[in-house]
Design a protein around this ligand. Structure first.
Ligand code: NAG
Ligand code: CA
Length: 323
Protein backbone atom coordinates (compact mmCIF):
# COMPACT_ATOMS: atom_id res chain seq x y z
CA UNK A 1 0.00 0.00 0.00
CA UNK A 2 2.88 2.32 0.92
CA UNK A 3 4.47 1.78 -2.44
CA UNK A 4 1.25 2.53 -4.29
CA UNK A 5 0.90 5.81 -2.43
CA UNK A 6 4.44 6.76 -3.27
CA UNK A 7 4.02 6.03 -6.94
CA UNK A 8 0.77 7.91 -7.03
CA UNK A 9 2.34 10.86 -5.27
CA UNK A 10 5.03 10.86 -7.91
CA UNK A 11 2.36 10.86 -10.57
CA UNK A 12 0.58 13.77 -8.94
CA UNK A 13 3.76 15.75 -8.73
CA UNK A 14 4.42 14.90 -12.33
CA UNK A 15 0.95 16.02 -13.35
CA UNK A 16 1.32 19.20 -11.34
CA UNK A 17 4.58 19.92 -13.11
CA UNK A 18 3.00 19.14 -16.45
CA UNK A 19 0.14 21.47 -15.58
CA UNK A 20 2.44 24.30 -14.52
CA UNK A 21 4.66 23.78 -17.53
CA UNK A 22 1.63 23.93 -19.80
CA UNK A 23 0.39 27.10 -18.16
CA UNK A 24 3.86 28.54 -18.50
CA UNK A 25 4.11 27.55 -22.15
CA UNK A 26 0.68 28.96 -22.92
CA UNK A 27 1.51 32.25 -21.28
CA UNK A 28 4.21 32.81 -23.87
CA UNK A 29 2.24 34.15 -26.84
CA UNK A 30 4.73 33.11 -29.51
CA UNK A 31 4.77 29.46 -28.40
CA UNK A 32 2.95 27.20 -30.87
CA UNK A 33 1.42 23.91 -29.82
CA UNK A 34 1.92 21.09 -32.32
CA UNK A 35 -0.90 18.54 -32.47
CA UNK A 36 0.45 16.69 -35.48
CA UNK A 37 1.89 13.21 -34.83
CA UNK A 38 4.91 12.82 -37.08
CA UNK A 39 6.14 9.41 -38.20
CA UNK A 40 9.57 8.70 -36.79
CA UNK A 41 12.13 8.46 -39.59
CA UNK A 42 14.00 5.26 -40.36
CA UNK A 43 17.30 7.13 -40.42
CA UNK A 44 18.69 10.64 -40.59
CA UNK A 45 21.23 9.41 -43.16
CA UNK A 46 20.85 9.89 -46.91
CA UNK A 47 19.75 6.75 -48.73
CA UNK A 48 22.42 6.34 -51.39
CA UNK A 49 23.74 2.79 -51.55
CA UNK A 50 26.43 3.80 -54.04
CA UNK A 51 28.07 5.73 -51.20
CA UNK A 52 27.30 3.67 -48.11
CA UNK A 53 24.72 1.36 -46.57
CA UNK A 54 24.36 3.55 -43.47
CA UNK A 55 20.69 4.26 -44.15
CA UNK A 56 19.93 0.54 -44.53
CA UNK A 57 21.79 -0.26 -41.30
CA UNK A 58 19.80 2.34 -39.36
CA UNK A 59 16.52 1.13 -40.85
CA UNK A 60 17.27 -2.53 -40.20
CA UNK A 61 18.74 -2.21 -36.71
CA UNK A 62 17.62 1.14 -35.36
CA UNK A 63 20.21 3.92 -35.16
CA UNK A 64 21.49 2.98 -31.67
CA UNK A 65 21.98 -0.69 -32.42
CA UNK A 66 23.59 0.14 -35.78
CA UNK A 67 26.34 1.99 -33.93
CA UNK A 68 27.25 -1.09 -31.89
CA UNK A 69 27.60 -3.15 -35.08
CA UNK A 70 30.15 -0.67 -36.41
CA UNK A 71 32.58 -1.98 -33.80
CA UNK A 72 32.31 -5.65 -34.80
CA UNK A 73 34.49 -7.72 -37.13
CA UNK A 74 32.79 -9.19 -40.21
CA UNK A 75 32.68 -12.61 -38.50
CA UNK A 76 30.98 -11.21 -35.40
CA UNK A 77 28.55 -9.21 -37.53
CA UNK A 78 27.56 -12.30 -39.51
CA UNK A 79 27.03 -14.33 -36.37
CA UNK A 80 24.80 -11.75 -34.74
CA UNK A 81 22.94 -11.15 -37.99
CA UNK A 82 22.19 -14.87 -38.13
CA UNK A 83 20.58 -14.69 -34.70
CA UNK A 84 18.54 -11.66 -35.75
CA UNK A 85 17.29 -13.52 -38.84
CA UNK A 86 15.85 -16.22 -36.55
CA UNK A 87 13.85 -13.51 -34.77
CA UNK A 88 12.63 -11.89 -38.00
CA UNK A 89 11.34 -15.21 -39.31
CA UNK A 90 8.18 -14.92 -37.22
CA UNK A 91 6.43 -18.07 -38.50
CA UNK A 92 9.69 -20.09 -38.34
CA UNK A 93 9.39 -21.51 -41.86
CA UNK A 94 13.05 -20.84 -42.64
CA UNK A 95 12.34 -17.91 -44.96
CA UNK A 96 12.19 -14.18 -44.36
CA UNK A 97 9.41 -12.59 -46.40
CA UNK A 98 9.04 -8.95 -47.33
CA UNK A 99 6.19 -8.73 -44.80
CA UNK A 100 8.30 -10.15 -41.98
CA UNK A 101 11.10 -7.75 -42.89
CA UNK A 102 8.71 -4.83 -42.87
CA UNK A 103 7.42 -5.77 -39.40
CA UNK A 104 10.99 -6.04 -38.19
CA UNK A 105 11.92 -2.61 -39.58
CA UNK A 106 8.85 -1.08 -37.95
CA UNK A 107 9.87 -2.75 -34.71
CA UNK A 108 13.41 -1.31 -34.95
CA UNK A 109 11.90 2.08 -35.72
CA UNK A 110 9.73 1.92 -32.60
CA UNK A 111 12.26 0.49 -30.23
CA UNK A 112 12.12 3.59 -28.03
CA UNK A 113 8.42 2.98 -27.54
CA UNK A 114 8.91 -0.63 -26.51
CA UNK A 115 11.68 0.44 -24.13
CA UNK A 116 9.35 3.03 -22.63
CA UNK A 117 6.62 0.42 -22.04
CA UNK A 118 9.20 -1.98 -20.59
CA UNK A 119 10.31 0.69 -18.12
CA UNK A 120 6.77 1.28 -16.87
CA UNK A 121 5.61 -2.30 -16.84
CA UNK A 122 6.73 -3.38 -13.34
CA UNK A 123 5.04 -0.39 -11.79
CA UNK A 124 1.59 -1.42 -13.00
CA UNK A 125 1.73 -5.22 -13.05
CA UNK A 126 1.12 -5.51 -9.31
CA UNK A 127 0.63 -9.28 -9.17
CA UNK A 128 3.45 -9.88 -11.67
CA UNK A 129 1.46 -12.20 -13.91
CA UNK A 130 2.73 -10.59 -17.12
CA UNK A 131 -0.58 -8.81 -17.74
CA UNK A 132 -2.00 -5.48 -16.63
CA UNK A 133 -5.66 -5.41 -15.77
CA UNK A 134 -7.68 -2.21 -15.73
CA UNK A 135 -8.03 -2.67 -11.95
CA UNK A 136 -4.25 -2.76 -11.57
CA UNK A 137 -3.75 0.29 -13.75
CA UNK A 138 -6.54 2.21 -12.02
CA UNK A 139 -5.32 1.35 -8.52
CA UNK A 140 -1.75 2.38 -9.26
CA UNK A 141 -2.63 5.56 -11.11
CA UNK A 142 -5.70 6.71 -9.22
CA UNK A 143 -5.42 4.86 -5.88
CA UNK A 144 -4.95 8.02 -3.85
CA UNK A 145 -7.82 9.75 -5.61
CA UNK A 146 -10.11 6.75 -5.03
CA UNK A 147 -9.22 6.77 -1.31
CA UNK A 148 -9.86 10.50 -1.10
CA UNK A 149 -12.14 11.51 -4.00
CA UNK A 150 -12.03 15.20 -3.15
CA UNK A 151 -8.41 16.37 -3.24
CA UNK A 152 -7.97 20.10 -3.58
CA UNK A 153 -5.07 20.22 -6.02
CA UNK A 154 -7.25 21.36 -8.90
CA UNK A 155 -7.17 18.22 -11.04
CA UNK A 156 -10.23 16.56 -12.42
CA UNK A 157 -9.15 12.99 -11.63
CA UNK A 158 -12.62 11.66 -12.33
CA UNK A 159 -12.51 12.97 -15.87
CA UNK A 160 -8.97 11.71 -16.44
CA UNK A 161 -9.92 8.28 -15.14
CA UNK A 162 -13.02 8.03 -17.34
CA UNK A 163 -10.90 8.96 -20.33
CA UNK A 164 -8.18 6.44 -19.41
CA UNK A 165 -10.77 3.70 -19.00
CA UNK A 166 -12.27 4.43 -22.40
CA UNK A 167 -8.84 4.31 -24.01
CA UNK A 168 -7.91 1.15 -22.10
CA UNK A 169 -11.05 -0.58 -23.36
CA UNK A 170 -10.25 0.46 -26.90
CA UNK A 171 -6.70 -0.91 -26.64
CA UNK A 172 -7.98 -4.12 -25.06
CA UNK A 173 -8.91 -5.96 -28.25
CA UNK A 174 -10.52 -9.05 -26.73
CA UNK A 175 -12.55 -7.08 -24.19
CA UNK A 176 -11.43 -8.92 -21.03
CA UNK A 177 -10.21 -5.69 -19.39
CA UNK A 178 -6.74 -7.21 -19.11
CA UNK A 179 -3.97 -5.80 -21.26
CA UNK A 180 -1.23 -7.88 -22.81
CA UNK A 181 2.05 -6.12 -23.46
CA UNK A 182 0.95 -5.30 -27.01
CA UNK A 183 -2.41 -3.96 -25.81
CA UNK A 184 -0.76 -1.92 -23.08
CA UNK A 185 1.63 -0.47 -25.66
CA UNK A 186 -1.39 0.56 -27.73
CA UNK A 187 -2.89 2.15 -24.61
CA UNK A 188 0.23 4.19 -23.81
CA UNK A 189 1.16 5.00 -27.44
CA UNK A 190 -2.13 4.95 -29.35
CA UNK A 191 -0.85 7.00 -32.29
CA UNK A 192 1.33 4.01 -33.27
CA UNK A 193 -1.66 1.72 -33.86
CA UNK A 194 -4.18 1.87 -36.68
CA UNK A 195 -7.01 0.57 -34.51
CA UNK A 196 -6.38 3.35 -31.96
CA UNK A 197 -6.46 6.23 -34.43
CA UNK A 198 -10.12 7.02 -33.89
CA UNK A 199 -9.63 7.46 -30.16
CA UNK A 200 -6.59 9.67 -30.72
CA UNK A 201 -8.76 11.87 -32.93
CA UNK A 202 -11.62 11.80 -30.42
CA UNK A 203 -9.39 12.82 -27.49
CA UNK A 204 -7.78 15.60 -29.49
CA UNK A 205 -11.16 16.91 -30.59
CA UNK A 206 -12.44 16.88 -27.00
CA UNK A 207 -9.41 18.93 -25.95
CA UNK A 208 -9.89 21.56 -28.61
CA UNK A 209 -13.68 21.64 -29.07
CA UNK A 210 -14.45 24.01 -26.20
CA UNK A 211 -18.17 24.41 -26.95
CA UNK A 212 -18.52 20.62 -27.25
CA UNK A 213 -20.54 20.67 -30.46
CA UNK A 214 -18.46 17.87 -31.97
CA UNK A 215 -16.54 20.11 -34.38
CA UNK A 216 -13.45 22.32 -34.29
CA UNK A 217 -14.18 25.78 -35.60
CA UNK A 218 -11.58 28.35 -36.59
CA UNK A 219 -11.48 30.10 -33.20
CA UNK A 220 -11.14 26.81 -31.34
CA UNK A 221 -8.38 25.76 -33.73
CA UNK A 222 -6.45 28.98 -33.19
CA UNK A 223 -7.30 29.08 -29.47
CA UNK A 224 -5.64 25.70 -28.97
CA UNK A 225 -2.28 26.78 -30.34
CA UNK A 226 -2.24 30.46 -29.42
CA UNK A 227 -3.47 32.25 -26.32
CA UNK A 228 -4.26 35.91 -26.79
CA UNK A 229 -2.81 38.09 -24.11
CA UNK A 230 -5.15 40.88 -25.05
CA UNK A 231 -2.84 43.69 -26.04
CA UNK A 232 -0.36 42.24 -28.56
CA UNK A 233 -1.17 41.96 -32.26
CA UNK A 234 -1.44 38.43 -33.60
CA UNK A 235 1.96 37.17 -34.71
CA UNK A 236 2.45 36.31 -38.37
CA UNK A 237 2.33 32.52 -37.83
CA UNK A 238 -1.15 32.80 -36.35
CA UNK A 239 -2.38 34.59 -39.48
CA UNK A 240 -0.79 31.83 -41.55
CA UNK A 241 -2.59 29.21 -39.42
CA UNK A 242 -5.91 30.97 -40.05
CA UNK A 243 -5.26 30.68 -43.79
CA UNK A 244 -4.19 27.04 -43.39
CA UNK A 245 -7.47 26.28 -41.66
CA UNK A 246 -9.56 27.81 -44.42
CA UNK A 247 -7.46 26.52 -47.32
CA UNK A 248 -6.44 23.03 -46.21
CA UNK A 249 -7.90 21.82 -42.89
CA UNK A 250 -11.55 22.59 -43.54
CA UNK A 251 -11.71 20.60 -46.77
CA UNK A 252 -15.47 20.83 -47.33
CA UNK A 253 -15.45 24.56 -46.48
CA UNK A 254 -18.25 24.46 -43.94
CA UNK A 255 -16.25 26.55 -41.45
CA UNK A 256 -15.38 23.74 -39.06
CA UNK A 257 -13.34 20.55 -38.87
CA UNK A 258 -15.13 17.23 -38.46
CA UNK A 259 -13.58 13.91 -37.41
CA UNK A 260 -12.17 13.06 -40.83
CA UNK A 261 -10.69 16.50 -41.35
CA UNK A 262 -9.14 16.41 -37.87
CA UNK A 263 -7.68 12.98 -38.59
CA UNK A 264 -6.10 14.20 -41.84
CA UNK A 265 -4.54 17.03 -39.85
CA UNK A 266 -3.08 15.24 -36.81
CA UNK A 267 -2.39 11.82 -38.36
CA UNK A 268 -1.27 12.54 -41.92
CA UNK A 269 -0.86 9.29 -43.84
CA UNK A 270 2.76 9.16 -44.83
CA UNK A 271 4.50 7.21 -47.52
CA UNK A 272 5.37 3.83 -45.96
CA UNK A 273 9.16 3.97 -45.60
CA UNK A 274 9.38 0.61 -43.84
CA UNK A 275 7.62 -1.14 -46.71
CA UNK A 276 9.85 0.51 -49.31
CA UNK A 277 12.98 -0.43 -47.38
CA UNK A 278 11.83 -4.04 -46.95
CA UNK A 279 11.23 -4.32 -50.70
CA UNK A 280 14.64 -2.80 -51.39
CA UNK A 281 16.46 -5.22 -49.05
CA UNK A 282 14.73 -8.24 -50.58
CA UNK A 283 15.46 -7.04 -54.11
CA UNK A 284 19.15 -6.56 -53.31
CA UNK A 285 19.75 -9.92 -51.64
CA UNK A 286 17.30 -12.41 -53.15
CA UNK A 287 19.83 -14.42 -55.20
CA UNK A 288 17.49 -17.08 -56.61
CA UNK A 289 14.67 -14.54 -57.14
CA UNK A 290 11.98 -16.55 -55.36
CA UNK A 291 10.72 -13.45 -53.56
CA UNK A 292 11.88 -14.46 -50.07
CA UNK A 293 15.18 -14.67 -48.25
CA UNK A 294 17.03 -17.51 -46.60
CA UNK A 295 19.42 -16.91 -43.74
CA UNK A 296 22.26 -17.65 -46.15
CA UNK A 297 21.11 -15.01 -48.65
CA UNK A 298 20.93 -12.42 -45.87
CA UNK A 299 24.27 -13.30 -44.29
CA UNK A 300 25.91 -13.25 -47.74
CA UNK A 301 24.84 -9.62 -47.95
CA UNK A 302 25.73 -8.81 -44.36
CA UNK A 303 27.39 -5.55 -45.43
CA UNK A 304 24.04 -4.31 -46.73
CA UNK A 305 22.12 -5.28 -43.58
CA UNK A 306 24.54 -4.60 -40.74
CA UNK A 307 28.23 -4.67 -41.61
CA UNK A 308 30.39 -1.64 -41.90
CA UNK A 309 31.71 -0.75 -45.32
CA UNK A 310 35.19 -2.14 -45.93
CA UNK A 311 36.67 1.34 -45.64
CA UNK A 312 34.80 2.12 -42.41
CA UNK A 313 35.95 -1.15 -41.01
CA UNK A 314 39.52 -0.31 -41.95
CA UNK A 315 39.19 2.94 -40.07
CA UNK A 316 37.77 1.12 -37.09
CA UNK A 317 40.81 -1.16 -37.09
CA UNK A 318 43.14 1.80 -37.21
CA UNK A 319 41.25 3.41 -34.34
CA UNK A 320 41.41 0.35 -32.12
CA UNK A 321 44.74 -1.26 -32.95
CA UNK A 322 48.15 0.24 -32.85
CA UNK A 323 50.40 -0.97 -35.61
C1 NAG B 1 -7.82 -2.36 -6.30
O1 NAG B 1 -8.20 -1.71 -5.11
C2 NAG B 1 -9.38 -2.22 -4.54
C3 NAG B 1 -9.75 -1.32 -3.35
O2 NAG B 1 -8.60 -1.07 -2.56
C4 NAG B 1 -9.17 -3.67 -4.12
O3 NAG B 1 -10.37 -4.22 -3.57
C5 NAG B 1 -8.77 -4.47 -5.36
O4 NAG B 1 -8.48 -5.79 -5.00
C6 NAG B 1 -7.57 -3.83 -6.04
N1 NAG B 1 -7.33 -4.54 -7.28
C7 NAG B 1 -6.13 -4.92 -7.68
C8 NAG B 1 -6.11 -5.70 -8.93
O5 NAG B 1 -5.12 -4.65 -7.09
CA1 CA C 1 -1.17 -8.32 -13.74
Amino acid sequence: MKEIDLITMDLRQFLMCLFLCTVFALSKPTEKKDRVHHEPQLSDKVHNDAQSFDYDHDAFLGAEEAKTFDQLTPEESKERLGMIVDKIDADKDGFVTEGELKSWIKHAQKKYIYDNVENQWQEFDMNQDGLISWDEYRNVTYGTYLDDPDPDDGFNYKQMMVRDERRFKMADKDGDLIATKEEFTAFLHPEEYDYMKDIVVQETMEDIDKNADGFIDLEEYIGDMYSHDGKADEPEWVKTEREQFVEFRDKNRDGKMDKEETKDWILPSDYDHAEAEARHLVYESDQNKDGKLTKEEIVDKYDLFVGSQATDFGEALVRHDEF
